[in-house]
Design a binder for this molecule. Structure first.
Ligand code: ADP
Length: 169
């Protein structure tokens, strides 16, 4: 049997899971939105570790420790900036979920929390992004049965509603 999917409205930095995902930018040196919140909560040790990674291309992911967070790991992924939908944004976003789940499985992660990657400052429409997230995570939970739980952490009601709708399909 494959793992469960949960959707909640919460602050991802407070999540008691093995790994939380950060919607980072290519520099991995912190930014606004969820990235800023994760760095503030994790402390400067996270920034130090990120500096040593030398960035991350869009669609890929990198793993660090969780430092002062309840989570043991942070998986940093760089979502695509929305440019209208014809610049490969869908595939790049799917690739973020695939790379995060692969890194999670390789590192013994059993529970992982995702924010709604790309749907903030990067302006990817949340209805479209949530469908991609749900589709990919469903497939990846079958591929990696050792991952028991994926939580979609929504920062606001509109994001929550989009994920709930995507889960109905
Ligand atoms: P991106 O640059 O990938 O669009 P953002 O951080 O701007 O990343 O937004 C991604 C999503 O994360 C948005 O839905 C935003 O509301 C949400 N978000 C912001 N802060 C938090 C937080 N502390 N916990 C969970 N989600 C958050």
């Amino acid at each position: 049997m494959s793992g469960v999917i949960e959707v909640i409205i919460d602050d991802i930095t407070q999540m008691n899971v093995d790994a939380i995902v950060n919607a980072a930018n290519e520099s991995l040196l912190g930014g606004g939105g969820v990235d800023g919140a994760i760095h503030s909560a994790a402390g400067l040790g996270l920034l130090d570790e990120c500096r040593r990674l030398g960035g991350c291309p869009t669609g890929e992911a990198r793993l660090t420790g969780g430092h002062n967070l309840p989570a043991r790991f942070v998986i940093h992924t760089v979502g695509p900036i929305w440019k209208g939908g014809t610049s490969g944004e869908d595939d790049l976003l799917a690739s973020c979920y695939r790379n995060c789940m692969r890194l999670a499985a390789e590192n013994g992660v059993r529970s992982i929390a995702f924010p709604s990657v790309s749907t903030g400052v990067y302006r990817f429409p949340v209805e479209r992004a949530s469908k991609i997230a749900v589709r990919e995570v469903r497939l990846l939970l079958e591929k990696y049965p050792e991952i028991e739980m994926v939580v979609f952490v929504c920062f606001g009601r509109n994001v929550y509603d989009a994920y709930m709708e995507a889960l109905k399909a």
